[in-house]
Write a protein that binds this ligand. Structure first.
Ligand SMILES: *[C@@H]1O[C@H](CO)[C@@H](O)[C@H](O)[C@H]1NC(C)=O
Ligand SMILES: *[C@@H]1O[C@H](CO)[C@@H](O)[C@H](O)[C@H]1NC(C)=O
Ligand SMILES: *[C@@H]1O[C@H](CO)[C@@H](O)[C@H](O)[C@H]1NC(C)=O
Ligand SMILES: *[C@@H]1O[C@H](CO)[C@@H](O)[C@H](O)[C@H]1NC(C)=O
Ligand SMILES: *[C@@H]1O[C@H](CO)[C@@H](O)[C@H](O)[C@H]1NC(C)=O
Ligand SMILES: *[C@@H]1O[C@H](CO)[C@@H](O)[C@H](O)[C@H]1NC(C)=O
Length: 792
């Protein structure tokens, strides 16, 4: 997942040195005099020693009391309560009990777009910058007692099925994209890669680079803690008899290795996440939080240094829904022994004592869990005394909802919005030629619904109607349907009548959380209720063709609109968050050139015949199973992965790339052991046997992007590869690299991407092992093909 350009994160956040206001309540903290003489409070000692020192002072019951998200504190050591559960998926969110917007001086936090829309920008810098901004707001809210320091984001599961209610929270269907997103989020968030600009005492500006060190340096210190969730193969809420609590995901070795696992591996190896969350579902018969080999793999193979939290009540579900154990105590014992360090919920509080008494789990196992928990708390500085005097102590209410953060939220929507259709360059609308506008649809005048799942209270939300009114004073609105479910067409007449009076009509259709959310998958990919009728009716009756704006995170089958010439343009805005209304209007009126690309395949309604419970990525023709995602699915699509138009027309060229690469056998290494293997007629090598030879198999591809239009704009360059031969289960193609580049109207822009054959051109065989096929690999760039032959 190497980045080709060196990305320097300098979030130019203007951080004033405001001390949190007096009416805010500072967080309670341990190591407050007279409780500051314990070795665990002594900052000159190693974290290892300090964690062991704390542990050594605890009785068994003290220890058991630490095994819940709601840690009620250790009064005899002066350790106050600590709530582990705070949420920060795309802004500080109210979902966890650790965050409060009502009890303190911070009433709101910046509402960035839901992750699926931010992903559409395919801009790594943006992803990391948002995470860094959310981290500042989180630490600032902690300082006034309104948030914890341990946040349970990002959600890095693969968006495997279009019906999934939480697909919106993810970075889409491609494992490489999800991996890059995970790394950017976690390193941006934990590392505190923030340049603080503070007012110096004498008015001079003082720059302080806060380096939390959690980023790439492998440092120990954390500004805030991020959590890679949900490990693993979790992407079903409720479908038929299946619920996330009892679901047993049957996953092949091949799919595990090249689809489900990569984002987690990257999140930990490269992102250096300090938390991993195990999911409710079982994987091949073992509930994830009870699966020792799954959880330990993260520690032993990926170098995980952090704590493992169960999803909320996922320890209870081991017994109650998965029926994996005979008693609650067995569930607790198996989870602890597998490596679950803390239980979101109270199950461990209630059953661990009995489990120990009955000899089902040893106290040493609990000790290990607590050491993992304490170490993360120590890395966060929780035992370093007054947090307001620490490195991040100056962050406060003035660092939340800053104009820079709000601009970043706006920028994210501008970059993410996807133009799906634009007949005859209908958009952008000319400001001067629009004297009136009608805006139709149940979401058009809403602000609440635009955040998507896991939101907080946004700083200054704008509705779509408000955004458009900035451009056209005479903007009228009619909801057409009572709500997004749209179970009646009673409002159509009014909507038609205001549409007929306007120059231009924008219909806002799609989804909100009543249709797709946690615990709620969809059954259909069509627009809900009478929404299709609303769009078609307005399109037929308005003066001119209409613009259709789609909200929601999941793919929609809007083929009726795709084929209807009366629907001139279709724009997908996802859940755009607080700046959505404004950014959408800028795009519609040409003040911003859209450039987002779909990070997920938009399937037709017929896809709903596929059992959602089938985890296989690969097609199975004998069972009429079409496979999933652009890598394997061969059926029709409404809009494909990577689709997205712009007001410019871009063409691409491969300027240079090698035609062949040779795996050089060298005598001084063990390369003589590299064996050429065969599957059918095709030769391949094992990637794990190639090791240092991978260096000689790295190459550059020089690309030019030509902007043929009258607008400057950013283009998302995506290079895919197709492996030679017909290896069993090989993807149709897979993404090698992506890069968002700025281009100038009527000019060429050159860029270079780096391809690491071992990583990017390898595929996974049915035993879950990475292989590098020999022969002609095809690089694909927007219809251009280039062959790179790998030979021995
Ligand atoms: C902290 O530990 C160091 C090293 O053992 C010791 O010299 C120092 O006195 C300790 N400080 C306090 C306040 O106990
Ligand atoms: C945490 O536990 C304490 C003690 O049991 C209880 O009073 C409090 O309500 C709990 N807090 C939450 C958010 O559940
Ligand atoms: C687990 O047991 C409960 C109660 O005995 C039962 O209702 C449920 O169907 C079982 N679930 C599974 C996944 O076997
Ligand atoms: C649109 O929303 C605004 C702000 O919430 C509200 O004042 C107004 O009444 C709404 N308009 C309609 C027609 O519902
Ligand atoms: C884009 O521009 C090129 C070069 O002018 C032209 O050949 C091509 O037809 C254009 N494509 C579209 C979709 O307008
Ligand atoms: C990527 O995002 C950053 C941060 O918003 C922005 O400054 C940059 O211009 C974006 N890059 C492109 C090519 O759009």
């Amino acid at each position: 997942m190497s980045t080709t350009t060196t990305i320097i994160f300098l979030l130019l956040t203007t951080i004033t040195t405001t001390i949190p206001t007096t009416h805010s309540k500072p967080p309670n903290y341990p190591c407050h005099p007279p409780h500051n003489t314990y070795p665990f409070c002594n900052t000159t000692l190693s974290l290892h020693l300090r964690a062991h020192s704390l542990l050594s002072l605890l009785s068994l019951s003290d220890k058991i009391n630490r095994l819940s998200n709601n840690d009620t504190g250790i009064p005899h050591l002066g350790v106050p309560s600590y709530e582990w559960w705070s949420e920060s998926l795309h802004g500080i969110a109210s979902n966890g009990p650790g965050v409060s917007f009502s009890d303190g001086p911070v009433p709101a936090a910046t509402g960035f777009p839901q992750v699926i829309l931010t992903t559409s920008s395919f801009n790594r810098t943006l992803w990391g910058s948002i995470a860094a901004a959310v981290a500042v707001e989180g630490r600032a809210m902690y300082n006034v007692g309104q948030a914890g320091l341990t946040f349970w984001a990002p959600t890095i599961n693969i968006f495997r099925d279009p019906r999934w209610g939480r697909g919106q929270e993810t970075a889409g269907e491609d494992p490489m994209v999800a991996s890059v997103y995970a790394v950017e989020y976690v390193s941006g968030f934990q590392g505190g890669r923030v340049e603080m600009v503070g007012g110096g005492k004498r008015g001079g500006r003082r720059r302080v680079l806060i380096d939390g060190g959690g980023g790439d340096g492998g440092g120990e210190e954390l500004m805030v803690s991020a959590c890679c969730k949900h490990f693993t193969a979790y992407d079903l809420e409720k479908w038929g008899a299946y619920a996330r609590y009892n679901f047993n995901a049957i996953v092949t070795k091949q799919d595990m290795q090249d689809t489900y696992e990569p984002p987690f591996r990257s999140c930990i190896q490269e992102g250096k996440a300090s938390c991993l969350m195990c999911s409710y579902n079982a994987v091949n018969g073992i509930p994830a939080c009870a699966d020792r080999s799954l959880l330990q793999k993260a520690r032993t193979q990926w170098g995980f240094n952090g704590y493992i939290a169960s999803d909320c009540d996922a320890v209870a579900t081991i017994y109650e829904y998965q029926n994996y154990t005979k008693s609650p105590e067995d569930a607790v014992a198996v989870a602890l022994k597998a490596g679950t360090d803390i239980n979101c919920g109270t199950y461990m509080l209630r059953h661990t004592k009995d489990a120990v008494d009955k000899g089902k789990v040893e106290e040493e196992v609990i000790d290990k869990a607590l050491l993992n928990l304490f170490t993360v708390q120590l890395r966060l500085g929780l035992f370093d005394g007054n947090p307001l005097k620490g490195k991040f102590g100056k962050l406060g209410p003035a660092n939340v909802c800053t104009s820079d953060h709000k601009k970043l939220a706006l920028e994210a929507v501008r970059q993410g919005v996807v133009l799906l259709k634009n007949d005859n360059k209908f958009l952008p609308l000319q400001k001067s030629s629009v004297s009136s506008l009608a805006v139709i649809g149940p979401m058009a005048n809403a602000t609440d619904g635009l955040g998507g799942g896991y939101t907080g209270v946004p700083c200054s939300p704008t509705s779509i109607v408000e955004g458009l009114k900035r451009y056209v004073k005479k903007t009228t609105f009619s909801s057409g349907c009572l709500d997004v479910a749209c179970t009646s067409n009673a409002g159509f007449a009014e909507a038609v009548s205001i549409s007929q009076e306007a120059d231009f009509v924008i219909v806002v259709a799609g989804l909100d959380l009543s249709q797709e959310t946690e615990d709620h998958d969809r059954f259909s990919l069509l627009l809900p209720g009478y929404q299709t009728g609303l769009v078609a009716t307005i399109a037929a009756k308005s003066k001119k063709p209409i613009v259709l704006v789609l909200t929601g995170g999941g793919p929609l089958d809007v083929s009726f609109a795709q084929h209807d010439p009366r629907v001139a343009s279709i724009i997908w805005v996802g859940y755009p968050g607080e700046a959505g209304g404004r950014a959408l209007a800028e795009i519609i009126f040409g003040d911003h050139n859209p450039s987002g690309k779909l990070p997920v395949t938009w399937y037709p309604e017929s896809f709903t015949k596929v059992p959602m419970s089938n985890m296989n990525m690969r097609p199975d023709r004998s069972h009429n199973y079409p496979g999933r995602t652009y890598r394997f699915y061969t059926g029709d699509v409404v809009y494909g992965f990577g689709h997205g138009l712009s007001y410019s027309n871009y063409t691409y060229n491969i300027l240079s790339a090698p035609n062949s690469l040779k795996v050089i056998k060298s005598l001084k290494t063990k390369s003589n052991n590299i064996l050429q293997r065969k599957e059918g007629l095709h030769n391949y090598l094992y990637v794990d046997e190639l090791e240092e030879h991978c260096d000689s198999l790295r190459f550059q591809v020089e690309i030019s992007v030509t902007n043929h239009g009258p607008f400057d704009g950013s283009a998302v360059v995506m290079v895919f590869a197709r492996a030679p031969g017909s290896f069993k289960g090989a993807p149709l193609k897979q993404l090698v690299e992506f890069e968002r580049v700025h281009t100038v109207s009527y000019k060429d822009t050159k860029m270079t991407i780096l391809v690491d054959s071992c990583k990017h051109l390898s595929i996974v065989n049915k035993f879950g092992r990475s292989i590098l096929p020999l022969g002609d690999h095809t690089l694909l760039l927007d219809g251009i093909e280039h062959i790179v032959s790998i030979v021995m």
